[in-house]
Design a protein around this ligand. Sequence first.
Ligand SMILES: [Zn+2]
Length: 253
Amino acid sequence: MRVTQIRNATLAVEYAGIKFLIDPFLADKGTYPPFPNSLRQDDRFNPLVSLPASLDTITNVDAVIVTHLHLDHFDDAAKEALPKDIKMFVQNEEDAKEVRNAGFQNVEVLREDTIFKRIQLIKTKGEHGRGEILKVAGLVCGVVFKHPNEKTLYVAGDTIWYEAIQEVIETQLPGIIVVNGGDNQFVGSGSLIMGEDDIYEVYKAAPKAKIVVSHMEAVNHWTLSRNELKSFIQEKGISSTVLVPDDGESYKF
Ligand SMILES: [Zn+2]
């Protein structure tokens, strides 16, 4: 398989010969106003950085997986750029309805036993924060990819560390885990996605897996930088296990 960090949570995954695009957030740099009530405010329009490849290259895929409908995972630019007949996978009927309303004709809700071109896709749980903020953040999912010729890949999505993540690791035994790790926060919200300690918990649960950290430094409410995370994993002695890709960087597993 090949996993390419595009930007924010947008990933290109080539798995068992099939190309997936995950969480397409495809606007030009600086298109949207900052998420309000965040640490980094004012003139920090989103996305904070440019795409590392052309839209044509990024959207040339067999299927798209949208883990939830927040702007930084599925935006107007993605709705415009993606072919309307492309296979779209979403977390539930509610999201399917919205994606269909955006003009997409081939939308399917992910389940635990979804098969797409001989690849098993397993929808997994996530929690987009802790406590009160969960009501505002709404539902999210992750996805596990399985195929006899590939290691198991677990893309956890916008979630903090909690017991359901441990459960996926224990039951699915992924060789590769992608986590969203910018520790994005609103003022007073606490972590909406993983920070250093969450990522360390993932490592402890799956010490033999490669962990790829996505969703960094691309939208204004991030609080954990790549450099800070790199120092942390160096201190813990896990730099060869936890990978912190730049946008455009790609791994073959
Ligand atoms: Zn996000």
